[in-house]
Design a protein around this ligand. Sequence first.
Ligand code: 2HG
Ligand code: ZN
Length: 388
Amino acid sequence: MVGGSVPVFDEIILSTSLMNQVISFDPVAGILVCQAGCILEQLNQYVEERDFIMPLDLGAKGSCHIGGNVATNAGGLRLLRYGSLRGTVLGLEVVLADGLVLDCLTSLRKDNTGYDLKQLFIGSEGTLGIITAISILCPQKPKAVNLAFLGCPGFSEVLKTFTTCKGMLGEILSAYEFMDNRCMQLVENHLRLSNPVTENPFYVLIETSGSNAGHDEEKLNNFLERVMGSGLVTDGTVATDNMKMKMLWALRERITEALSCDGYVYKYDISLPVEKLYDIVLDMRSRLGQSAKSVVGYGHVGDGNLHLNVTAKSYSSSLLKAIEPYVYEWTARHHGSVSAEHGLGFKKKDFIGYSKPREAILLMQQFKGMLDPKGILNPYKTLPSSSC
Ligand code: 2HG
Ligand code: ZN
């Protein structure tokens, strides 16, 4: 997405893969302490066996490391319910540029003693220190999980369904994701997945996680009756068994993969006020016309996070010029963020100014200068090459 972990010039690559041990688990508080190289899905299995789940879930769960998740402040599919890693990470062990080990690996819910240093490293993309261990708060494993995959006639119906959903499913709502019909065509054509509902301009995936299957089902049924009766949703399917849930999640989780089968992909990960979320996709589609193969929008609508992706037969600098900086200017005009959950890395560092004021960037550069005076930690990433 942004090349945050891609070596570009003269870097030495450090691997934390062998640092993959669970250090401790508190079964009452649900606090897991583990090394940075643990794979997210394996951690989830570990805590699930103890009746908890990891507070984050993402398509890359089978290969991504928890250390990388924290270093990039990965968002993913459960953020709507459990919040960002800035809230669920309780402590970190970090190796600083001079080799000093900063042991802030506490497991306290409350600790207001001085500055919260771990926040500096969460989302810093490895530019301020190397995260080697994490203490993280895990939610209780829900007893009942339901998934609904629904078709909506327009984006305003996607939003109204969200509002209805928050009102009727509030405390059990754990994910609200959307994808447009072009995404559906791509997963159908390139991955041979099948659409479980009738063709619609938009689809939403709603997950509920609660403690009482009967109550949750009743709530979900009332909600479905309401949205279908009022025409917000035209068709839908519900799943409670694991196989069908996996199949429905795949339609959403595998869009990235389908896009990469479609051609060269220009990727944007932006935050916008929800009512503006899809306007940029429509705008871009008409702006680019035939020069793009697909212009799609999908993502974490519940978090105001759009994944705008444009595909073309091959890379073209003229197409890139038509997209950038237009997409960033558009986002800034609507007070959005040019990187919602994937960071800035190598590719987007020079666009930070669209989302952060000059003073904030200067302060970030001062932090970098203090913690990594020789510029050896993930060099060339996150901060702009020249001073703003
Ligand atoms: C997702 O939500 C990921 O599927 C990837 O954040 C987004 O590839 C993308 O554009
Ligand atoms: Zn995402």
